[in-house]
Unconditional design. Structure first.
Length: 327
């Protein structure tokens, strides 16, 4: 763990090079629309600029942003990075698990938003990363390639070089990056299971996600780590990485996460539950979800590496209180 600010010399100066393939479902889409889907780490305006400059090509050829995709084409982005100045560095402490020339691995605390968005203009992980290493400003979203919800804790990897950014994005797209979570759910599930259900925007509440027929394919696996009275301590792994995926899928199968303010259910007393425990459950301030382990292919050496973040104190305390009731 690194608690003091530090920097590893950034020597990588490669261009951004990413390749993606259009699927049959993309037929008829405009080139700039598809580019925004296949290269989500870049703004639509920046992608349009790269299309016009010839840095974003289709099957090796340059087209206008309005070009209609037929399906099956290969889109290649080969561009020079642009320094991003809209996000300012802020002196926010980081719990760093590992850092080298290519990646930074952090243990994100609860309450920290990953990057600026509506309602959170600053005070984010991205602001903190730019203070830790100002050269991250040359990378898309300062090297952030995936995210955790504001109140989800745990391990995240950040690219520190263009080589690493390209590698990590490709690993995410190819599902080569493995993520394992721990969660505390309401209800006792006595067996392991898999939830295979598409996720998309809620048809009535656009701020929420839901299982919908027109959603993107999403698969979540869960394993019971501990049986608790009225609750379950679960290990959860993903085959996809949709917004709020674990929270949506566990609610869908009847086991919403403890403390989830969006997808949870009202806290009710379980038979035999002490009043003090019910108060603890009701007072738990966030969804009981922690990203425990992240495995990936290191962009420099090509070897598989694994990083872990221990359970935070609040979830440890919740599990201890539940275990005492179960005993």
């Amino acid at each position: 763990m690194i608690t003091e600010l530090g920097r590893v010399k950034q020597s990588e100066s490669n261009r951004i090079r990413i390749t993606a393939t259009a699927g049959p479902e993309h037929a008829g889409m405009r080139l700039d629309q598809l580019a925004a889907i296949l290269f989500p780490d870049f703004s639509r305006a920046r992608l349009q600029k790269w299309v016009r400059s010839g840095e974003l090509t289709v099957d090796g050829r340059s087209f206008k942003t309005t070009y209609r995709i037929g399906g099956g084409e290969t889109l290649r982005l080969d561009a020079l990075p642009e320094r991003q100045g809209e996000v300012l560095p802020q002196d926010i402490p980081l719990d760093i698990i590992h850092a080298d020339e290519d990646i930074i691995v952090v243990n994100k605390p609860a309450g920290l938003v990953v990057h600026p968005a509506a309602g959170h203009p600053d005070g984010t992980l991205q602001n903190a990363l730019l203070y830790f290493d100002s050269s991250l400003a040359t990378l898309p979203r300062s090297g952030i390639v995936h995210r955790l919800d504001k109140d989800t804790t745990g391990v995240m990897v950040v690219a520190r070089s263009l080589r690493a950014h390209t590698s990590l994005v490709e690993q995410l797209q190819a599902r080569q990056m493995s993520r394992v979570y721990e969660a505390v759910a309401k209800g006792e599930t006595r067996s392991n299971g898999t939830v295979d259900a598409p996720i998309g925007r809620h048809p009535r509440d656009r701020k929420r996600m839901a299982v919908v027929a027109a959603g993107k394919p999403s698969v979540t696996h869960f394993r019971v780590m501990q049986h608790l009275q009225g609750f379950s301590h679960l290990e959860v792994s993903l085959e996809s990485g949709r917004t709020h995926q674990i929270r949506v899928h566990m609610q869908h199968v009847g086991y919403p996460l403890v403390g989830d303010p969006v997808y949870g259910k009202p806290n009710k007393a379980v038979k035999g539950m002490p009043v003090t425990l019910l108060e603890i459950i009701r007072a738990f301030p966030r969804q009981a979800l922690h990203a425990r382990r992240l495995s990936l292919i290191h962009p420099a050496g090509g070897s598989m590496v694994c990083y872990e973040a221990p359970l935070p104190a609040d979830i440890e305390g919740l599990l201890s209180a539940l275990a005492e009731t179960t005993a």
